[in-house]
Design a protein. Structure first.
Lengths: 247, 473
C-alpha cells in the first residue's frame, strides 16, 4: 500500500478523498460504509493496474482519470443502504487506457438507488466496460443513467454498457437510460439493457430437478450477479449471497 | 471541364448553398399575411377558412399557450428559430405556379434519377399544382366512398364533417402538449383527415398526393386518422423526392386513433431542403387489440425532431415503430420513437436505423414506459447507427421507465462504421467505392425498406445512392 497516496480532506463543502495510484497493486482498495457524502478523486498513473471496491456506500461521487496503458477496475456493491446516490465519471485520458466498472445493486424493500455513470473516452485505443446487475424487490426504486462518450480522434476505442434488471417485487420500479455519444467512426460502441422478472421457464426447470422454489430463485439470482463479482472480496460475496436468500 | 459544368447548370447562382436539389421559385402571394404571430394573424387564418367558432377559440387558446411555453431544452438546438420572421399562412390558390422550364435542370435530373414520373415531378417541383392523376384518384375515391371511407384534406373535413372533427381533434395531442404542438394548433392549415368505418379494410394505400387541390406539404399541417373497430388503413405520406420549401419551419401534428382491433399503418418518407427545421409531433392511441405501425424516414432538413409515439391504452394492443434517419453535412436528425404501455398484454417493437455522413449528426431518442400494476408487457428496442466518416456523430438516448415486474424489456444499440472488409470485398467483385458503400448502406436499412410500398423502396435506394455520391474516398 506504500505506493498508494491516500489523502482525506474535509471542509465545509464536504469530504474529499484523493487516491493516487502510481504503481500497480494486486490487492484491491476496499472502501466500506461511508455514510457521509464524499467525493473520490482517483488517478491511475501510466501503466498502473489498480482496483477499487466500494461496498455499501451511500452518497458518493467518483472522479477518475486513467492514464496511458493503465487498467482501472472499479466495483460498487450496493446492498445495505437505503438511499444511494452513485455518481461516477471515468476519463480515459491516455492511449490504451482501460476501465472495467461493475455495479451490483440488491435492494430488498423501500430503497432508492440512483446511479449515474459516465465513461469518457478521450484517447485512442481505449477500452471501457460498464456492467450493471440490479435486483429489485419489495417497492424499491432504482435508476441508472449510463453514458458512453467517445471524443473526436479517440479511434479504435471499444466501449460497452450492459444493464440488466430483475424486478422481484410487485411495486419495484426500474429506470434505465443507457446513452451513447459517438464523435468518431472507427470504434466499437454498443449497449444492451434488459428489464424483467425471473424467467418462469428456468425456474420450472430447476424445480423439476428437485429444487425448492426459493432455492431455485436464489440459484438463478446468483447466476445473474455472477458476471459482476469478479475480484470482489469473498466476505462481501458471502454477505451478498446471504442477502439473496432473503429476497 | 469547369466551363462545361457551369453551362450545364445555369441556375446555380440562385441555388442556396449546400442543398443539392434546391431551387427557388419566386412566389409572391397577394394574400400573404404579415410576418409574425399575433392574435390578428390567428383570427385572420380562421376567418379565411370560415371556420366554426370552437375552432377559432381553440386556435386563440393555443396561441396563448404557445407564447407562454418555453422551447424544449433537450434535443437539437432550436434557439435560432425566429418565430416572428415566419409567414404563418399563405392562401393555397395564391401559390403561384412555376413553369416546368424554370425548374433547374439539376432538379429535373434528380427526379429522373429517382425515377419519378414527370407529371408527379412537376407537382413536387411546384410546377403545376395539379398533379395529373385524376382518373386514378377518381376510381379509387368512388370505391372509398362506397365503403364510407372519408379521405379529405383537413380544411374540407372541418367544413363537411364538423362534428366528427370536433369529437376527435386534439384528443391525442392536446394543445398544451408542447410549444410546437401549441403553435400548430394555433395556425394549422392543410393536412389529411381519414375516417375508416367499422370493419372496413382499405386495401389500397391512401396516398397523400392523390388529393389534388389540397396543400399536402403545408407548413403547419394537421393530420387526423380515425380507424373504427376492426378496420385497416395504410396511409402513405411524402416521398423520397426532394420537397422544396420556402418555409424555414415545418411544424406538423399527426393524431391517430385506432379503435379496438383496428390496424393503422402510417408511412412517411420525407426529404426536406437543407434550411428547414422539421419539428413534428406524431402520436397514436391504440385501444384493445389494435395495432399501430409508424414507418418514418427522415432525409434532408437542417434539424429534424420527430418521435412517433404510441399510447397502448387497451389490452393486447401493439405498437411497431420503424425509424430511419440519414444526416449529411450540417444536418442534425434527432429521431426515435415512444411506446407508453398503459394496459396489460401489450407489446411494442422499435427499430431505429441511422446513417451519418459528411459531418452530419444522428440521434436516437426514445421512451419506453410501463406503468405499475399491469402485466404481460413485451418490448424490444433496437438502434443501429452507421458512421461513414470520422467527422460525423451519432448519439443514443433511450429512456426506459418500468413500473411493473411482469415485463420483458430488451434494448440494444450499436454504433459502427462502414466496414473496411465489406468495402474491400465488394470492390474486389468489381464495384466502385461509391457503389460498394451505397450497397452496404442499402443493406443496412433493408429492414425498413422492405416495409415500404415497392415504388417507395426503389426510390429510397436510388436516393441513398444519390446522397452517397462522393462520400467515400
Amino acid at each position: 500500500m506504500s505506493d498508494l497516496l491516500q489523502k482525506r480532506v474535509s471542509n465545509k463543502k464536504g469530504h474529499f478523498c484523493l487516491l493516487n495510484f502510481s504503481s500497480s497493486t494486486e490487492c484491491p482498495v476496499l472502501i466500506k460504509k461511508t455514510n457521509y457524502p464524499t467525493i473520490y478523486q482517483i488517478s491511475v498513473k501510466s501503466g498502473v493496474k489498480a482496483t477499487v471496491i466500494f461496498a455499501d456506500v451511500s452518497r458518493i461521487k467518483i472522479e477518475a482519470i486513467v492514464d496511458k496503458d493503465a487498467e482501472f477496475n472499479i466495483t460498487t456493491v450496493i446492498s445495505e443502504t437505503n438511499q444511494v446516490e452513485l455518481n461516477s465519471e471515468v476519463k480515459l485520458k491516455g492511449r490504451g487506457a482501460m476501465v472495467n466498472q461493475n455495479i451490483i445493486a440488491l435492494s430488498s424493500n423501500q430503497e432508492n438507488i440512483s446511479i449515474n455513470c459516465i465513461l469518457n473516452h478521450l484517447a485512442p485505443q481505449t477500452y471501457g466496460r460498464i456492467i450493471s446487475r440490479r435486483v429489485l424487490a419489495g417497492s424499491s426504486q432504482s435508476t441508472l443513467y449510463g453514458m458512453l462518450k467517445i471524443a473526436p480522434g479517440a479511434y479504435s476505442t471499444d466501449t460497452y454498457l450492459s444493464d440488466k434488471v430483475i424486478l422481484i417485487g410487485d411495486k419495484a420500479r426500474a429506470e434505465s437510460v443507457p446513452s451513447l455519444e459517438i464523435l468518431t467512426d472507427e470504434v466499437k460502441a454498443s449497449h444492451g439493457a434488459t428489464i424483467g422478472k425471473m424467467s418462469p421457464d428456468e425456474l420450472f426447470y430447476l424445480r423439476s430437478r428437485g429444487l425448492s422454489l426459493s432455492d431455485a430463485q436464489t440459484l438463478l439470482l446468483r447466476a445473474f450477479i455472477q458476471p459482476v463479482l469478479t475480484g470482489v472480496d469473498s466476505n462481501i460475496v458471502e454477505h451478498l449471497l446471504k442477502k439473496l436468500n432473503k429476497l | 471541364m469547369n466551363s462545361l459544368k457551369s453551362k450545364m447548370s445555369p441556375s446555380k447562382k440562385i441555388l442556396p448553398i449546400g442543398y443539392k436539389y434546391g431551387f427557388h421559385d419566386k412566389v409572391k402571394s397577394v394574400f400573404e399575411l404579415p410576418h409574425g404571430l399575433t392574435k390578428k394573424t390567428v383570427e385572420a387564418i380562421s376567418f379565411y377558412k370560415s371556420e366554426p367558432d370552437w375552432m377559432k377559440e381553440r386556435r386563440l387558446q393555443a396561441l396563448g399557450i404557445f407564447k407562454n411555453m418555453p422551447l424544449p431544452t433537450w434535443g437539437a438546438d432550436l434557439s435560432r428559430i425566429n418565430f416572428d420572421n415566419i409567414c404563418y399562412y399563405l392562401k393555397p390558390s395564391d401559390r403561384k405556379e412555376t413553369s416546368w422550364r424554370d425548374v433547374p435542370p439539376k432538379i429535373r435530373r434528380t427526379f429522373t434519377k429517382l425515377g419519378i414520373p414527370q407529371a408527379e415531378a412537376r407537382f413536387l417541383a411546384g410546377a403545376g399544382a395539379q398533379y395529373d392523376s385524376e382518373a386514378v384518384y377518381h376510381n379509387l375515391k368512388e370505391e372509398w366512398v362506397k365503403q364510407g371511407v372519408i379521405f379529405l384534406d383537413m380544411d374540407s373535413a372541418l367544413r363537411e364533417y364538423p362534428d366528427l372533427v370536433k369529437q376527435y381533434f386534439g384528443t391525442v395531442v392536446p394543445i398544451k402538449d408542447n410549444k410546437l404542438a401549441a403553435l400548430n394548433s394555433a395556425v394549422w392549415s392543410g393536412g389529411s383527415f381519414v375516417y375508416v368505418p367499422k370493419g372496413v379494410q382499405v386495401t389500397v394505400p391512401l396516398q397523400a398526393y392523390f388529393r389534388l387541390n389540397a396543400q399536402n406539404m403545408g407548413q403547419f399541417e394537421r393530420t387526423l386518422i380515425i380507424a373504427e373497430e376492426g378496420s385497416f388503413v395504410n396511409y402513405v405520406e411524402g416521398c423520397t423526392a426532394p420537397v422544396y420549401s420556402l418555409d424555414s419551419l415545418h411544424c406538423a401534428v399527426v393524431e391517430i386513433i385506432a379503435k379496438p382491433y383496428a390496424r393503422v399503418r402510417y408511412t412517411t418518407m420525407q426529404n426536406w431542403s437543407n434550411d428547414v427545421y422539421n419539428l413534428v409531433t406524431k402520436r397514436a392511441v391504440a385501444y384493445e387489440g389494435a395495432t399501430v405501425e409508424w414507418i418514418d424516414g427522415n432525409f434532408g432538413s437542417q434539424v429534424t425532431m420527430k418521435y412517433p409515439s404510441v399510447i397502448l391504452k387497451g389490452r393486447g394492443s401493439r405498437a411497431d415503430i420503424l425509424s430511419l434517419a440519414f444526416a449529411g453535412r450540417g444536418q442534425h436528425q434527432d429521431a426515435g420513437g415512444k411506446a407508453i404501455h398503459l394496459a396489460s398484454d401489450t407489446s411494442s417493437n422499435i427499430i431505429s436505423k441511422s446513417v451519418a455522413q459528411k459531418g452530419g449528426r444522428t440521434s436516437y431518442r426514445g421512451l419506453l414506459k410501463v406503468v405499475p400494476q399491469i402485466s404481460g408487457i413485451k418490448s424490444k428496442i433496437k438502434c443501429d447507427a452507421l458512421l461513414m466518416d470520422a467527422e460525423s456523430r451519432s448519439d443514443t438516448y433511450p429512456t426506459m421507465k418500468i413500473g411493473s415486474n411482469d415485463t420483458q424489456i430488451e434494448h440494444e444499440a450499436t454504433v459502427s462504421r462502414l466496414g473496411e472488409e465489406q468495402l474491400f470485398y465488394l470492390r474486389s467483385r468489381g464495384l466502385s467505392e461509391n457503389e460498394a458503400a451505397s450497397l452496404i448502406v442499402s443493406g443496412f436499412i433493408e429492414p425498413i425498406a422492405k416495409e415500404l410500398p415497392l415504388e417507395y423502396a426503389v426510390e429510397l435506394n436510388k436516393l441513398i445512392q444519390l446522397e452517397m455520391e462522393g462520400s467515400v474516398g
